[in-house]
Design a binder for this molecule. Structure first.
Ligand SMILES: C[S@@+](CC[C@H](N)C(=O)[O-])C[C@H]1O[C@@H](n2cnc3c(N)ncnc32)[C@H](O)[C@@H]1O
Length: 207
């Protein structure tokens, strides 16, 4: 997702310390709540906004490395007066050390950048060494839920999952039927569905 640079975004994020954190401090009582959710690459925030209403008892951490895009997500969450969300405008790879002592119930990867060129496959969020780090952030019995429209990223992700330790595939649907009582749509999902594109979904469980 590439958007125009928004000069208001950084000051806006800085003016909402109750929502936007620069670093994740595991001792913050926010992260002791259950269920605790993590979304990596929240984009413009529609999914985290929707899911934090669907499960108002859940606590949500959203990461987005693009400050301008994070600004747009943060604006929606502030306007909705959601108090069960924290946002961090960092790249997962840079934040990982700080996250490593937390354990999440569910982690979402929604329409992650596909990096379609073979020579860029190590950049994909589902590249096995990175996917293992993501899986390591789950509690026992926790779930990693992955959605994509992309016909390169989907089979690649299934191959990478074979290399993971301690994760079992619970669901694998090439044409996932959306259920609004259990799930929410991101901006990308809404756009792809409007064009009639099938959505692929994989759910993994930590054993
Ligand atoms: C294709 S967009 C999808 C956005 C949103 N999840 C959706 O479905 O509408 C992927 C987003 O993930 C962000 N992203 C990619 N890699 C990331 C990383 N390593 N850490 C944090 N954010 C990342 C990008 O900046 C981009 O906004």
């Amino acid at each position: 997702m590439r958007g125009r640079h928004k000069s208001w975004a950084k000051p806006f994020l800085e003016s909402h310390p109750e929502l936007v954190v620069e670093k994740v401090f595991p001792e913050d009582p926010f992260y002791t709540h259950a269920p605790l959710y993590l979304e990596i690459g929240i984009g413009k925030g529609d999914f985290i906004l929707g899911f934090s209403a669907l499960d108002p008892n859940g606590h949500f951490l959203g990461l987005e490395r693009d400050v301008s895009i994070m600004g747009m997500a943060a604006k929606k969450i502030v306007e909705a007066e959601r108090n069960n969300v924290r946002l961090c405008a960092e790249d997962f790879d840079d934040l990982y050390e700080g996250l490593a002592s937390l354990k999440f119930d569910v982690i979402f990867l929604n329409f992650s950048d596909p990096w379609p060129k073979k020579r860029h496959e190590k950049r994909r969020l589902t590249f096995a060494p990175r996917l293992q780090k993501i899986a390591d952030l789950l509690k026992e019995g926790g779930e990693l839920r992955i959605k994509t429209d992309n016909d390169i990223l989907y089979p690649f992700t299934l191959e990478q999952i074979e290399l993971l330790k301690g994760m079992k595939i619970m669901e694998n649907e090439a044409d996932y039927a959306f259920d609004e009582t259990k799930d929410c749509m991101s901006e990308y999902e809404r756009n792809f569905r409007a064009k009639g594109q099938p959505i692929h979904r994989i759910v993994l469980k930590k054993e």
